[in-house]
Design a protein around this ligand. Structure first.
Ligand code: TYM
Length: 343
């Protein structure tokens, strides 16, 4: 019997943020470490997704390798054949399935995608690639029959979209695709009540995002640890003089509590309890800043010791295996839609 698949991808545009780390990377790496006997683990770098917004193409290839190394530094085991680490563009079936799915996707549904609306608002150039991005993401997931897909909450609409498109195609052509679990079930599976949305440190009402050009509200995994600690020290808080977890009325303090609990691997409740009654935000921030500093120093030390040739070997061997799996799904679809002779 083939195993169910847990899959996720992180784009390699820029350097990854603490939000990416907690929202997409860590849950997946936890699964890879603990569940690879029961599940096939697919961790990949959506390099084709990387230029849905403008980037420096001369850096992309190296950036993709760097991201693969980041996953390894974060603890992804690579000496295990049930764990796959691969680059999207090395498996051409992703692009081919996207084109087929495009033709079973309504323009109206795509226009309603929140991320497209956010990213295209005010942009001087909006590409068809940015518009079409959720279909490529659906192909990424459906090619391998992934059941569980850990993502931050900015991507859950795309996950629901993937389910819609898979159901639509299955209704028309028979059971071609495994339908990923609905978002609620995903959250139950990953046991996640935190890490889904790390907020910007300067404006804690918006998501921490790598596209923030000044970077003051964003902690990047490659920030100098002391610089990151300073960003925590100057994070926006409030005038309530009370360290409590209350996302609505104290979004800044709540975000810092969340970051601290994720770094500690503890629940928010437990972390909040430690600071109960604390009215001096400076003292609270000092503790969080120091924990972030230590976390980044250790992470960066591990990254420096990752062996690039081992990572390259892992990518190449996974890509051989992924091409086989993806091509098998693609062939079923091609047969169903009449592009190939039925077996
Ligand atoms: P991307 O590269 O923008 O982000 C990677 C992951 O990080 C999560 N994330 C956050 N989580 C918590 N707090 C934040 N502030 C925060 N910012 C980002 C994202 O939700 C994501 O999980 N389309 C995807 C990549 C992708 C993908 C896929 C993911 C392509 N194909 C197939 C899963 C399955 C993206 O752009 O994520």
């Amino acid at each position: 019997m083939t195993k169910s698949v847990i899959l996720t991808g992180l784009r390699a545009n820029n350097d990854l943020t603490l939000g990416n780390y907690f929202g997409g990377m860590l849950p997946m790496i936890d699964m890879a470490k603990t569940r690879s006997e029961e599940f096939q683990i697919n961790m990949f770098i959506p390099d084709l997704h990387s230029f849905t917004t403008p980037i420096d193409h001369s850096q992309l290839f190296e950036q993709v390798l760097q991201n693969a190394k980041l996953f390894v530094a974060a603890g992804l085991p690579i000496n295990n054949d049930d764990i796959n680490l691969y680059r999207q563009s090395f498996i051409p079936a992703h692009s081919e399935l996207t084109w087929i799915l495009d033709n079973f996707t309504g323009f109206g549904q795509m226009e309603r995608m929140t991320q497209f609306k956010d990213k295209s608002a005010g942009a001087s150039e909006v590409s068809v690639g940015l518009f079409n991005y959720p279909v490529l993401m659906a192909a990424d997931i459906l090619l391998y029959g992934a059941k569980y897909v850990p993502v931050g909450d900015d991507q859950t609409q795309h996950l629901e979209f993937t389910r819609d498109i898979a159901e639509r195609v299955n209704t028309r052509f028979g059971a071609l695709f495994v339908i990923p679990e609905p978002v609620k079930k995903q959250h139950e599976f990953f046991g996640k009540d935190q890490g889904l949305r790390i907020m910007d440190l300067v404006d804690p009402t918006k998501k921490m995002s790598k596209s923030d050009e000044f970077g003051k509200g964003v902690i990047f995994l490659n920030d100098e640890p002391d610089v990151a600690a300073k960003k925590i020290m100057s994070a926006t808080t409030d005038d309530k003089a009370n360290v409590t977890f209350d996302r609505v009325n104290q979004p800044g303090i709540s975000n810092l509590l969340e970051i601290a609990s994720l770094i500690r691997g503890k629940s928010i409740d437990e972390t909040a309890k430690q600071f109960e009654g604390e009215s001096r935000y400076g003292e609270f921030k000092k503790i969080v800043a120091e924990e972030v500093r230590v976390f980044l120093s250790e992470f960066q030390m591990r990254l420096a010791s990752v062996d690039e040739s081992e990572v390259l070997n892992k990518l190449e061997s996974s890509e051989v295996r992924m091409n086989e799996q993806a091509n098998a799904t693609l062939l079923n679809v091609q047969q169903a839609v009449g592009l190939r002779k039925k077996a």
